[in-house]
Write a protein that binds this ligand. Sequence first.
Ligand SMILES: Cc1cc2nc3c(=O)[nH]c(=O)nc-3n(C[C@H](O)[C@H](O)[C@H](O)COP(=O)(O)OP(=O)(O)OC[C@H]3O[C@@H](n4cnc5c(N)ncnc54)[C@H](O)[C@@H]3O)c2cc1C
Length: 338
Amino acid sequence: MSEEHFVVIGNGPAGNQAALTLKEKAPESRVTLISRDQEGSYKPCFLPDYIAGKITEDQIYLSSLSSYGEKGIKLRSGQEVVDVNPGRREIVLDHKEVLRFDGLIIAVGARARIPEPLLIFRDLMMTLKTPEDAKAWIEKLSQVERVLIIGGDLTSLTVTKALIALKKEVYFILDENAFWPLRCDEKMFGDVAQRLSGAGVKTFYNCKLQGMAQLSEHAVEVRVGEDIFEVGLVGAFFGLAPDIRFLARSGLPLDRGLLVNETLNTGFEGIYATGDCAQVFHPEIRDYWVSIGHDNAKAMGRTAALNLLGERRPVDVATESLFDVQGIKVNTSWWMEF
Ligand SMILES: Cc1cc2nc3c(=O)[nH]c(=O)nc-3n(C[C@H](O)[C@H](O)[C@H](O)COP(=O)(O)OP(=O)(O)OC[C@H]3O[C@@H](n4cnc5c(N)ncnc54)[C@H](O)[C@@H]3O)c2cc1C
């Protein structure tokens, strides 16, 4: 019998851990790890420190590109999967190559979320997810002094800290839809506004963004309530949403994320989803939950790999750690302080 070929899509903490576990537990198998990122696996939580100049680019990566080969994993970086055909057990890459698999783990994570009403300003706003995004921030920050942050998710607070360290003048519009993935109540929102103001950030709370217009390459005019001011960079931070648009025609079960049972199986034999892109059924609460955070992603990556190899391990989550955000149950392992 020929060796089994396992494919993992996504080289974030979930996919990376899944590939390592597959190779560790089934060393005779062929493991291919596909990532549209050009480089190896990185820790997104290091990006704000990279922007602040506290760490170098090398330090955001978990391992060198050569280390994958040393571990027996074939890394295909800079390649995007554009379709999955569960029946034929094939995936299609953006350059039209078709790869066959015996087992598949989808760990494509999430992308920066921008709420519908703000999409008209999309071209004026920067988001932060990848090292490429961070480099674009560094480049832009070298040319501007004033920055507006819109949103209020956890990343926005760490980025604001980085901007303060860089001695930038920071404006912040707290948007009630943004404190994703945390449930936002009045008190918490008020506390955040107070902390931001205390740190010297000009904070708008309970005010709607009225409009934005590009005045020049480095100047955007912003109107909030009665105020009009100019900034050089606008960052949008409204949490992360599963990046599963490429699966629309695949026949895999999709909702907010890729639907899986408690063992992370999609309902198709040998096809699993894990990390931020998965929406996981919880038999006790009879509802789906999503995970956000590095540690959850890593643990879920290992669980998916073990189950692909024949175990039937439920993903480990306590019902009390699930909370409701806009009708979606969220389990976060995020850590931070501001
Ligand atoms: C700026 C920032 C700061 C953060 N800070 C923290 C923090 O302090 N603490 C914390 O716990 N969490 C933090 N997070 C969240 C944490 O990083 C995520 O929860 C975690 O990375 C999720 O891991 P994942 O493997 O599921 O997905 P991701 O890390 O999103 O990885 C997805 C992978 O899939 C690849 N991919 C996507 N689509 C395709 C495709 N079609 N074809 C090929 N490859 C594809 C991507 O290139 C990437 O390699 C932060 C996130 C960001 C963006």
